[in-house]
Ligand binder design. Structure first.
Ligand code: MN
Length: 233
């Protein structure tokens, strides 16, 4: 076996726990879908696949304990989302076989610096400052599809300090998981370990230090995390 002569030790591979197992799911990339639930203003909008954006794998953390309050924002927002974990890669995946590429499902937060997103939208700049910060993707343990199947319905919700802010159902998704996997694979070759965050229902709002988030998706996973303080200078 040939050892590769790296100039420094490569970073640790990010991974998520597999539910009811000691195994962990290694994360490759994180794709995120924009609007995938009707927010009231969009009921009559044409059914256009919203844009995909990305978070780095390094933004993925276990959804446990305390989350660091990110720098550079006064509008740190929660978005509860179904997370699709890809186990078999592919390019131009047919929608009829798309679910065969899904290894499992989880519940996650697409944490967002909303003020930076609004500023970027206003001048047509990219969203990385708003979406790709450290710790911006806390995700629950992954439930294998081999056990769970491929749920197309189930409540998802998010509460802050015991007050419910977001509630919908997977059956309200505008684009199904199969459609999303198929469409994304027309743009890039999906690889094992890719995660897809599939959009959030209405009710997104700001978080403060000390807030406690309880969130989950029925049959897939629940979690509770606390928002910590801002990092000292
Ligand atoms: Mn989102």
């Amino acid at each position: 076996m040939t050892m590769i002569d790296y100039v420094f030790e490569p970073g640790l591979i990010r991974s998520l726990p597999v539910a009811d197992s000691t195994a962990r799911f290694p994360v490759a990339r994180v794709f995120c879908l924009g609007r995938n639930y009707h927010w009231g203003d969009s009921l009559n909008a044409p059914r256009e696949m919203p844009a995909f954006f990305m978070k780095p794998a390094t933004s993925v953390i276990d959804a446990v304990g305390e989350l660091e309050f990110p720098p550079l924002t006064e509008q740190f927002c929660h978005e509860i989302e179904l997370v699709v974990a890809i186990g078999t890669g592919g390019f131009n995946i047919d929608e009829a076989h798309a679910l065969d590429h899904v290894w499992g499902y989880a519940a996650g937060l697409d944490l967002t610096r909303r003020d930076l997103q609004m500023a970027a939208k206003a001048v047509g700049q990219p969203w990385e400052a708003a979406k790709a910060f450290d710790g911006s993707a806390p995700i629950s343990p992954i439930q294998p599809a081999s056990i769970l199947g491929h749920p197309s319905q189930g409540a998802l919700w998010l509460s802050v300090n015991g007050v419910e802010r977001q509630r919908s159902d997977l059956e309200s998704q505008i684009w199904s998981v199969g459609e999303i996997v198929s469409r994304l694979s027309q743009s890039i070759r999906l690889i094992p370990g890719d995660l897809i965050m599939t959009g959030t229902p209405p009710g997104v709002d700001v978080l403060q230090s000390g807030d406690v988030i309880s969130a989950g998706i029925a049959g897939i996973g629940t979690f509770e995390v606390r928002i910590g303080g801002r990092r000292a200078a």
